[in-house]
Design a protein around this ligand. Structure first.
Ligand SMILES: [Zn+2]
Length: 349
């Protein structure tokens, strides 16, 4: 890298911001520092999971996809000073600086952001999934000079089975449970995972899917954006009637609460998460390795295909994945913790 003022600069470590000329761009800040709010700053919000949406509460201008904004609003969040974008968009955010929006495959509306400036390209992946699902197309590696990538599963033992295999396990377990007169209850994230499960159940079974109100609100947004999902909200007359009769599947982000269900019914409980590959899941009868994130191999594949001259790990198992990348002679950007001063990316390489 040149190390001149024509180069991207990096600010902070947890709150990642880049500087291109006079423009500052924050990626999924956990909060926008005051000194950045006072500058010419914008924030890019990659998706609707709550650990990425703190910027919506700040006063700086935000870019996020329409789906991300709609999900945030549907759950009561405010999105003032937000500019809706679409996957595939290319936007000029200021003189000579372009922002491209690509799918991240992590949930509906999840985006990777590409910043181009002075013939340099920087990619921020946000949370990433390279596998296509019944709802989202898998993310593709984007060739770049600087790569800011997540590393949630940046450890060699985090290798996930093929998605189709997991789908068929889910269907088999659900069918067997219903045949033995037990109600399958899935405890899953309300944003993304729940909708994928509804789609799996709708596609391969005919059983009614009853969901709690949070899952319903997010699912309503998916439907408005063209994803065919059929579900019944538990807290409605139709939902109560189905639950009274039995023979349904129940989805909720909350822990199983026996009191919500008719007393004569029996249940089996499951989770669907990539962590099931690594840790034993407690208090459930079954755990499925269904992740919205790239596994270790996909992360490596991304870095290999993107061919960046330097990589910065934004979150996850950054320590382990860093060691792996360093063994592969890939240069790392190391802002470290608590960096307060502005630094050029090239200072860290
Ligand atoms: Zn996420």
């Amino acid at each position: 890298m040149s190390g001149t003022s024509t180069d991207f600069q990096l600010v902070g470590s947890k709150n990642i911001a880049i500087i291109a000329g006079m423009q500052r761009i924050l990626f999924d800040p956990s909060k926008a520092p005051k000194y950045l709010e006072s500058q010419q700053s914008i924030a890019c919000v990659s998706h609707a999971h709550s650990d990425h949406t703190a910027a919506f509460a700040s006063s700086i201008e935000k870019y996020a996809t329409e789906v991300t904004l709609d999900i945030h609003q549907a759950l009561g969040g405010q999105t003032r000073k937000s500019k809706p974008v679409k996957l595939g968009d290319k936007i000029r955010i200021s003189e000579g600086i372009d922002l491209h929006v690509h799918t991240a495959g992590h949930m509906l509306g999840a985006a990777q952001f590409v910043v181009e400036w002075n013939d340099r390209r920087l990619v921020y992946t946000g949370d990433l999934n390279l596998s296509s699902t019944l709802i989202t197309e898998g993310a593709k590696p984007i060739p770049c000079d600087i790569l800011l990538i997540e590393a949630t599963y940046g450890r060699p033992d985090a290798i996930f089975p093929p998605r189709e295999e997991v789908y068929s396990e889910i269907i088999e377990w659900t069918s067997c449970s219903l045949k033995s007169k037990k109600i399958p209850v899935f405890q899953v994230y309300a944003k993304g995972k729940a909708q994928e499960l509804i789609r799996i159940l709708n596609t391969y079974l005919t059983v009614p899917v009853v969901v709690d109100s949070t899952v319903a609100k997010v699912s309503d947004v998916y439907v408005r954006h063209g994803v065919p999902l059929e579900y019944i909200t538990a807290d409605t007359a139709a939902g109560r009637e189905i639950m009274r009769r039995g023979d349904y599947v129940y989805l909720s982000p909350k822990r199983f609460n026996r009191r919500l269900f008719p007393s004569d019914q029996q249940f089996v409980q499951a989770k669907a998460t990539g962590w099931a590959r690594i840790f034993p899941m407690k208090n459930v009868d079954k755990a499925f390795i269904l992740s919205a994130h790239a596994d270790f191999q996909q992360l490596l594949h991304y870095v290999e295909k993107a061919k960046p001259e330097a990589v910065f790990l934004t979150c996850g198992d950054t320590t382990t994945f860093r060691v792996v990348l360093e063994k592969l002679k890939i240069k790392m950007v190391n802002a470290g913790r608590g960096v307060k001063q502005q630094k050029r990316l090239s200072d860290f390489i």
